[in-house]
Design a protein around this ligand. Structure first.
Ligand SMILES: Nc1ncnc2c1ncn2[C@@H]1O[C@H](COP(=O)(O)OP(=O)(O)OP(=O)(O)O)[C@@H](O)[C@H]1O
Ligand SMILES: [Mg+2]
Length: 261
């Protein structure tokens, strides 16, 4: 049997138990030799990321996670763990948006490929880089039941490419205000998730830049439960601010349903 089909079939009869993203990371994630601390991932090393990651699990009711954080506090790693969890436990279409296409190329080489290569559970699921069908490229990684599409906030074509269930918006304060004259890249990307309303997950993360001109700060300030409900119809906001390794959760964690659609 073709290996991918065999694998998909096995998955079908032996589904992974639903575990939170932090558990997935502790069990499966291996940090590559190029990482500052290679070897097994340990959530206890950065405990403030546990709730952030677990809000991204499909078993969590949160639909949007906004993380405003200090530099080098693990915001991107939390998202990489989430991507690994998606590939193995909850396959579907995921989109990772970086500030530019150039940064996507670099991020794939420096972070995404090592994530897959160093983690055996992922290596066996993602198409080989040598496969000719473009299932594994700088901009796309295919796996049974889904794919990870990676694009730049400067590319309207990339942002319009496909319906998306899982959206990872990294370093949003580096995004341009406008993607190819077609509007705000964050709005364009979020529009891709519309058909998955209620089941989608959106992870927006950045270190804030200039006060008053920061996307992540605006999302963070704006994401009071009432305003979010007004905008999205149904959402459970989960919002964290991380600086110097300490966590302050700002908004309430209540899940709110709205009849607004
Ligand atoms: N729990 C952990 N165990 C081991 N290493 C960790 C852990 N969390 C973060 N790191 C390491 O810390 C470094 C910074 O992580 P990451 O790049 O995710 O931070 P960031 O907040 O996205 O940084 P930036 O501000 O540059 O975007 C990386 O080398 C990462 O591997
Ligand atoms: Mg980062």
């Amino acid at each position: 049997m073709v290996p991918e089909i065999d694998l998909a079939w096995r998955r079908g009869i032996r589904p992974e138990p639903p575990i939170p993203v932090s558990d997935w990371a502790d069990r499966h994630r291996i940090l590559p030799p190029t990482s500052a601390e290679p070897g097994r991932w340990r959530t206890e090393r950065t405990p403030y990321l546990r709730e952030v990651m677990d809000a991204l699990s499909t078993s969590s009711p949160y639909e949007r996670v906004v993380l405003m954080k200090g530099a080098q506090t693990g915001g991107s790693e939390a998202g990489l763990n989430w991507l690994g969890y998606i590939i193995q436990n909850a396959p579907g279409i995921a989109m990772l948006v970086m500030p530019s296409l150039d940064m996507v190329r670099r991020n794939t080489t420096v972070r995404i490929d090592p994530l897959i290569e160093a983690t055996p559970a992922l290596r066996e699921l993602v198409a080989s880089p040598r496969s000719r069908d473009a299932g594994n490229s700088l901009f796309r990684k295919s796996f049974p039941g889904g794919q990870l599409v990676m694009t730049g906030a400067n590319s309207a074509v990339g942002l319009r490419s496909t319906p998306v269930r899982y959206l990872f918006l990294d370093e949003v304060d580096g995004y341009p205000g406008d993607a190819d004259g077609e509007g705000d890249p964050v709005d364009l990307a979020i529009q891709r998730t519309a058909t998955f309303q209620g089941r989608r997950k959106i992870y927006m993360v950045s270190t804030p830049t200039l006060k008053g001109h920061s996307r992540i700060e605006a999302a963070f300030e704006w994401s009071s439960p009432l305003k979010v409900v007004h905008q999205l119809g149904y959402i459970c906001p989960a919002i964290w601010r991380i600086s110097d390794g300490w966590e302050t959760r700002k908004a309430g964690r209540d899940c709110i349903e709205s009849s607004a659609g």
